[in-house]
Design a protein around this ligand. Structure first.
Ligand code: ADP
Ligand code: MG
Length: 347
């Protein structure tokens, strides 16, 4: 049974027992020489990146997502603090969280949100990143119904591909690339957030009517066929049964590219069962109504290839996007070039 996220989105503050010692003792970067750290927290696995909970000033609530709450905060400047609702009784989930945090330390790119540190002391589990200004790509597309011209769409997509190519080169699979996880700073600089964190989400829930899978609004259209066909109810509720890969990120990128061009999600307003059935069968969003050149649509088709190995890499996508920029004069006059894609960059 699939249910909408809202149906299950409870705001229960859980008390989290500190049953983590066995995990922490496996930490590879434990620094026994860091005496001040040891005094502060026996359960922490970080030194350089550990931010004591009491050092952060938590200000207003910015939003709430599948993982927990996001606050604006102050820690040597404005920051975003993402607090996780992780059941620390579930050692696997806690372990996933810690492993993901380890990988964030390796990231430094213009189009990737800046990871500043983490608070790893149960019950306080949070990551601290730079505070993104502006809105996510979701708002102009789905709320304000703005249209982007081709030039701006290519500019944004190129930056996303750049950031994603960087993450992949670092061995990081995003697992949750979507317009809500891409900020647009100063209206045209794309910044990718929330990479890797999907592992700690709990998809499966037990409710009064039995076990069910949580389907957050607008989530399915980013899921590649191999993920859609692997969705099943488990007791674990972790992503370790879903075959996320660099190629499944490329599929999600295709959907973001479609959102930029069409101003809506793929399979818009269709029920979850119908999307699952179609994607599983290899049926793609039809592009008949999309007034765009063949090259523009070709990128969508490549990203949405049924077989993961047939999808391009982000390096190849960058080249394909670059080619869209070249014949500017021809594009401006092309009859296949849509009107709404020909208007000036800023809407
Ligand atoms: P989702 O990705 O489903 O929107 P999140 O928990 O990631 O859920 O985010 C919740 C809210 O917090 C969103 O409105 C998002 O815009 C905001 N947010 C998340 N990360 C940041 C950040 N680094 N800077 C500013 N706002 C953020
Ligand atoms: Mg997010």
């Amino acid at each position: 049974r699939c249910v909408d996220q809202n149906e299950l989105d409870t705001d229960s503050e859980r008390t989290l027992p500190s049953k983590v010692d066995s995990i922490d003792s496996q930490a590879s970067d434990f620094d026994p020489l860091d005496q001040s750290w040891s005094r502060k927290s026996k359960t922490s696995v970080f030194s350089e990146w550990d931010i004591p909970y009491e050092d952060m000033h938590i200000l207003e609530l910015i939003g709430r997502g599948r993982l927990g709450k996001v606050f604006k905060g102050y820690w040597h400047g404005d920051v975003a603090i993402k607090q996780f609702n992780i059941d620390t009784d579930n050692e696997l989930q806690l372990h996933s969280f810690k492993q993901e945090v380890q990988t964030f330390r390796k990231t430094r790119h213009e189009n990737v949100v800046l990871f500043m540190g983490a608070c790893m002391n149960p019950p306080h589990l949070a990551i601290v990143t730079s505070l993104c200004k502006g809105s996510t790509l979701y708002s102009p597309i789905h709320v304000w119904k703005e249209t982007f011209n081709l030039q701006k769409s290519v500019l944004i997509a190129t930056q996303i591909a750049q950031g994603m190519g960087y993450l992949h080169a670092r061995g990081i699979v995003h697992k949750d690339l979507k317009s809500k996880n891409i900020f647009l700073e100063n209206r045209d600089k794309a910044v990718i957030t929330d990479f890797g964190l999907f592992s700690v989400t709990k998809l499966c829930e037990a409710d009064r009517r039995g076990n069910c899978i949580r389907i957050p609004e607008g989530w399915l259209c980013y899921l590649a066929p191999e993920l859609i066909t692997s969705l099943k109810i488990t007791n674990l509720g972790l992503d370790n049964e879903l075959p996320f890969s660099k190629s499944s990120d490329v599929y999600s990128f295709g959907t973001v590219w479609y959102e930029l061009l069409a101003g809506e999600w793929t399979f818009n307003n269709q029920p979850a069962q119908s999307i699952i059935w179609q994607v599983g069968k290899g049926i793609k969003q039809s592009l008949g109504h999309l007034q765009a050149s063949r090259d523009v649509k070709e990128i969508l088709m490549m990203c949405w290839s049924y077989h993961p190995e047939s999808r391009p890499t982000f390096g190849e996508l960058m080249k394909a996007l670059d080619r869209l920029r070249l014949p500017k004069k021809r594009l401006a006059r092309s009859p296949s070039h849509p009107l709404h894609l020909s208007r000036s960059a800023e809407s």
